[in-house]
Design a protein around this ligand. Sequence first.
Ligand SMILES: [Zn+2]
Length: 190
Amino acid sequence: MLLSYTFAQLGALFQSNPELWKTISLTQLDLFVRLCVAFRVEILLYARLDFTSLDPPTVYFLPDHLLHFLAAMIDVPQSVVQALWKETSHLVWSAIGATDVLTPAERDLVNALDERGFYATAQHLPRYQYSLASTMLMPPVLWCTHCLRPLTSLSRVKVTVFSSSTGYRATKGYSSSLKCKGQHLEFQYH
Ligand SMILES: [Zn+2]
């Protein structure tokens, strides 16, 4: 399901920061929002929020690897990505339950960038933590259901995914596992 926006939503965006909108096209804006929706859990994982809240989260900054990734995908500087995030994060969180927001060609581009080791350009975390593919398998919760602390100790392995949404064509994915610091739980998707 691809996302749709109303003219009112887009009009409000364009009025909010006219200088920003001079630098990007509607096509770039649309792809940016859909990519952020596709990687929503990744954004939350690095934001270390109170995951148990039902309110839409407030995330002021995107993690470094997503800044690199989004800048490459829509072909703008990282400063523009950060400005875009500030203006559009409410649209990203309001797309409740949206899946399959990327086209097959866009998914292939995500995976091609990963093959080049693109996301490892920032150096302060291990390579696997920067890995992004068109399918990201995540634990069902990001917090410990015993002590409610955010789960940490991310580990990530490459997997091959067969899904009805891609016509059962083999596509690339990463499966992530997380642990509670209090050793209450270890969630593994794989
Ligand atoms: Zn715990």
